[in-house]
Design a protein around this ligand. Structure first.
Ligand code: C2E
Ligand code: CA
Ligand code: CA
Ligand code: CA
Length: 275
């Protein structure tokens, strides 16, 4: 294990696939779109690699733009975060997803729901109470809701975020560390915050079959997650070979185009009936 760690420690500091960020919408346009309820959610299923059953769905936001059609998060999330719109957006997403999840549950699909949250959501001290009130009102058990946080979301203001994370956990919500391995202090956060799930970043998963270093990182994440008694999710599973290898390596859950792309709620229900 230590040997594996040493072999990747150098390459971890040099991201191979830097993110590019387009910014083409103004905060005013985005805010108007949010207030007009133009944002929608697509859901991507996550399957259990032991039972092959659908375990949960991740809600991914899109903007149904009146002129430009469906706009993806890389074209607005950074503006949303920079201009104090994330609380408004997260409220909107929570309202939509909690309501839509009742439709999913009524379709007799027993799955839990994962939501992405940003740094500013996690320092809002009333978040645990707000979430509890919302899930109670919509008959969703807290253990069926997972909040996905990236490492940078927690790092901003560590003390207040830890307080909020601990209170969320005490109320029964699950916490997932998203894009694991891409931030700067993953291990410190695993150590300090009450995460129950580790999501291996897709840059490692999608290249693990042809890139030895990516494979090592995936193996380490699985070992680490197991030793810390966490659920391990591989995201960005693009083909069946990768899916089978992850199964073989003891990864718990998988998500990616090999299983399904993110879909609107009605398509998700239809898809799940065929699965
Ligand atoms: P993420 O949380 O890492 O979400 C996974 C992204 O990978 C999604 O992109 C998904 O469509 C994409 N994906 C899923 N399977 C595959 C695959 O097999 N191959 C490849 N190449 N990609 C795959 P999407 O929907 O464009 O979202 C991008 C990011 O935007 C998310 O990354 C998340 O950080 C952020 N985001 C999305 N929805 C929300 C939201 O409601 N709130 C917040 N705060 N952030 C969100
Ligand atoms: Ca996520
Ligand atoms: Ca992710
Ligand atoms: Ca990612």
């Amino acid at each position: 294990f230590i040997e594996l760690l040493n072999r990747v420690s150098v390459s971890l500091n040099q991201p191979k696939y830097p993110k590019t960020v387009k910014q083409q919408y103004s905060p005013e346009e985005i805010e108007a779109g949010l207030r007009n309820h133009e944002f929608v959610l697509h859901y991507q299923p996550q399957i259990c690699l032991t039972t092959n059953k659908i375990n949960s769905v991740e809600a991914l936001v899109r903007w149904q733009h009146p002129k430009d059609g469906l706009v993806y998060p890389d074209q607005f999330i950074s503006v949303v975060e920079k201009h104090n719109l994330i609380e408004l957006m997260t409220q909107e997403i929570l309202n939509i997803s909690v309501k839509e999840s009742s439709a999913v549950i009524q379709s007799s699909l027993e799955v839990s729901l994962s939501i992405n949250v940003s740094a500013d959501n996690i320092i809002a001290l009333s978040l645990p109470e707000q979430l509890k009130a919302l899930t109670d009102k919509n008959h969703l058990a807290p253990h069926n809701l997972t909040l996905e946080l990236t490492e940078s979301a927690v790092m901003g203001e560590l003390t207040s975020s830890l307080d909020v994370l601990n209170r969320l956990r005490m109320k029964g919500f699950h916490l997932s560390i998203d894009d694991f391995g891409t931030g700067y202090s993953s291990l410190q956060q695993l150590y300090q915050a009450p995460f129950t799930e580790l999501k291996i970043d897709r840059q490692f998963v999608s290249s693990m079959l042809f890139d030895e270093e990516a494979m090592i990182i995936v193996k380490i994440c699985i070992m680490l997650g197991k030793m810390l008694n966490m659920n391990i999710v591989a995201e960005g599973v693009e083909n069946l070979e990768t899916l089978h290898e992850l199964q073989h390596l003891g990864c718990n859950f998988a998500q990616g185009y090999a299983i399904a792309k993110p879909m609107a709620v009605n398509d998700l229900i239809r898809w799940a009936e065929q699965w």
